[in-house]
Design a protein around this ligand. Structure first.
Ligand SMILES: O=P(O)(O)OC[C@H]1O[C@H](O[C@H]2O[C@H](CO)[C@@H](O)[C@H](O)[C@H]2O)[C@H](O)[C@@H](O)[C@@H]1O
Length: 351
């Protein structure tokens, strides 16, 4: 039951969302003309926003029911920590490249996006990982912003959902200069449009308490996390109305966030392919990419790995989700443990 297009929220879905949750539905019903299946879609959309970043267990099912669901999901997506020995066996003799999402993977999800800091322990582990393997941060964030959180010059950074890729400013090989640092910005012509929409959205959403618009350079985020659930649909409607005027932009959905981005065929999966190619591994059989992420946008990268039949995708989640990832980790603390084991394994296997 995998629907990888489902993270694209079309204008109709937004309208439906609005109709289902605004009390004065009659006013809207006049021009929306909703069918019952559309209303069901609305509820699905609201549910999906809620489920994308659950804050509580559902009261409709007992905790043992929930545990049963988690257990059966884990049969198909086991813990990467529990399966480490098998993963290590498959990695043997291969060139490992690590790809890491930022929010929810390296840093915990917090209410204020400006305060999504990594722990010192995570930074130290990341530094070690980058010492042993080419490592990229692949994020929806603005590249400069994520760099200000991670602060490691030896990594690759793919910001704006992979639309802003830059190679390391510090060479991994001592005494080797890095004069021709890699740079890939496939959506650069959209920059003025994104700036324009950012200003409009700031203005249009300022009356919604808790709403936050974040400028991620080649894409924008409209945050719902601190908005009263009753206002979600109204906020979504504001966004939709603005985007109606910009058909070259599309909406995708993340964890309590709507993401606005150019309609170009570029995503985290393309960024992963681009980076592997830049590293000289496009036609290589002995590369083993490891991609760790927690969000729907990471599914594009998991899918690329599955199609290539190379490496592994690891989803960071405590709750069952549709995913193309093979393994799971519960939270950033487990991600740190997994990365640390990877470093230890590399050290012991090269001795
Ligand atoms: O690709 P990612 O690195 O996962 O970035 C996706 C979005 O992450 C951030 O928002 C999420 O994390 C925030 C801080 O924990 C949280 O407040 C928010 O609810 C989450 O959706 C970031 O702020 C967005 O711009 C990114 O698009």
């Amino acid at each position: 039951m995998k629907n990888h297009e489902s993270n694209v929220v079309g204008p109709d879905v937004m309208l439906i969302a609005l109709a289902a949750s605004i009390p004065n539905a009659a006013v809207l019903g006049g021009f929306l003309n909703l069918s019952s299946s559309q209303i069901k879609d609305t509820n699905n959309w609201i549910d999906s926003i809620r489920a994308s970043s659950p804050t509580r267990t559902r009261s409709s099912s007992s905790s043992s029911d929930n545990q049963d669901k988690i257990n059966s999901w884990m049969l198909y997506h086991p813990s990467a920590l529990n399966m480490f020995d098998q993963i290590a066996y498959n990695m043997k003799g291969k060139k490992i490249v690590t790809f890491l999402d930022y929010d929810g993977t390296l840093s915990p999800i917090v209410a204020d996006p400006d305060k999504a800091f990594m722990t010192k322990k995570m930074r130290a582990t990341l530094k070690d990982i980058a010492r042993h393997f080419p490592t990229a941060i692949v994020t929806g964030r603005c590249r400069d912003k994520v760099y200000s959180f991670v602060k490691l010059a030896q990594l690759y950074y793919a910001g704006s959902h992979g639309m802003d890729i830059k190679g390391p400013t510090k060479s991994r090989t001592p005494n080797k200069g890095n004069d021709k640092a890699l740079l890939c910005q496939p959506a650069s012509k959209f920059l003025p449009m994104i700036e324009e929409v950012y200003k409009i959205l700031l203005e249009k959403t300022k009356s919604v308490p808790g709403a936050k618009v974040e400028n991620n350079k080649f894409c924008l985020s409209v945050h719902f996390r601190c908005v009263d659930e009753k206002c979600w649909a109204a906020l979504a409607e504001q966004v939709r109305l603005v985007l109606n005027e910009y058909p070259k932009l599309k909406l995708t959905q993340g964890r309590k966030v709507l993401e606005i981005r150019p309609t170009i065929k570029w995503d985290k999966g393309k960024a992963l392919e681009f980076l592997l190619e830049s590293l000289g591994y496009d036609n290589s059989n002995d590369v083993f990419p490891i991609y760790i992420g927690d969000d729907r946008t990471d599914e594009d990268a998991f899918k690329v790995l599955r199609n290539r039949g190379q490496g592994i995708g690891i989803l960071v989640s405590r709750v069952p989700k549709d995913t193309e990832a093979s393994y799971t980790l519960k939270d950033p603390a487990e991600v740190e443990q997994f990365l640390r084991r990877l470093v230890q394994w590399k050290r012991s296997s090269t001795q």
